[in-house]
Design a protein around this ligand. Structure first.
Ligand code: ADE
Length: 271
């Protein structure tokens, strides 16, 4: 995969030399290039922004400078990604989709953002997909942190980057759609806290069941919205009972037998 990141602060992207992403680059699994937007300016001051038409606070990034950069970097099979707090939420599903693509170009805006004609113009270019994405409901000073997040989330899904691909399945927001269960290592007792006995039992079946229960309970407590998105057929009877105990019986669960206030034959019960 090739990834181009364009920013007025290319040094902000230096962490992409480190750790797994750095190794993926060295191993040739990821061809990542960071560019300075000012290399596409034409004036003595290397200007990238100007005042907003219509007035208001702050500065807006000029479309002509971005246009020269993006004309150079986009090819006929590229995905242009624009980090912005007004974009679609970036999720693990987004990362999974992007990990199947061949060329990503991340355009990091600063100030009040990039002139809206840039997204509109490239959306009409054949072979180019344009997506505006947001990390979450908060405002950063620019798109660089979002570019770091995107590159790390995508790169670790590329074949060969994470040593044991099994670990991608059970982790939070993985294929199971649940938060990850808590993990423990040595020593077996620390700060008067013992590792749960079942994890020391060597009983693989019981350990798997305990971990799934923990994942279900954690998800119910911390992110009940994720339970709503689960496929009900992926839950067995034990899962349903665990969720009911946690106070979150799953959607599509068998309705519990309760007194029907409308009396015999009256009303209908929806699952
Ligand atoms: N730029 C500024 N805030 C952002 C956010 N929340 N997500 C992505 N890019 C941003």
């Amino acid at each position: 995969m090739r990834v181009d990141v364009v920013s007025i602060f290319p040094d902000y992207l230096a962490p992409l030399d480190l750790s797994l992403v750095g190794k993926a680059r060295t191993a040739g699994l990821l061809d990542l290039r960071v560019h300075d937007l000012r290399d596409w300016t034409t004036d003595r001051h290397r200007t990238v922004d100007d005042t907003p038409f219509g007035g208001g606070a702050g500065m807006v990034m000029r479309p002509d400078v971005w246009g020269r950069a993006l004309d150079d970097l986009l090819d006929d099979d590229s995905h242009l990604l624009l980090p912005t707090p007004s974009g679609d939420r970036f999720t693990q599903r987004t990362a999974e989709r992007l990990a199947t693509e061949t060329h990503l170009v991340v355009a990091c805006g600063r100030y009040e953002g990039i002139d809206a004609r840039v997204a509109a113009h490239y959306a009409t270019r054949p072979g180019v997909t344009v997506s505006e994405f947001s990390l979450g409901d908060y405002v950063l000073n620019g798109g660089e942190v979002a570019a770091l997040v995107l590159v790390e989330a995508v790169a670790r899904l590329l074949p060969g980057v994470v040593g044991n691909p099994e670990s991608l399945v059970e982790e939070s927001h993985g294929a199971a759609g649940l938060l990850e269960y808590p993990v423990y290592t040595k020593p077996p007792t620390w700060a008067d806290l013992a590792v749960p006995d079942v994890l020391l039992s060597g009983h693989h079946g019981r350990i798997a069941r305990w971990r799934r229960d923990q994942a279900l309970v954690r998800t119910a407590q911390r992110r009940p919205d994720l339970l709503d998105a689960l496929d009900p057929s992926a839950l067995d009877a034990h899962d349903r009972a665990t969720l009911a105990d946690a106070g979150r019986p799953p959607h599509g669960a068998e309705p519990q037998a309760t007194e029907d206030p409308s009396g015999p034959g009256g009303g209908s019960r929806e699952a």
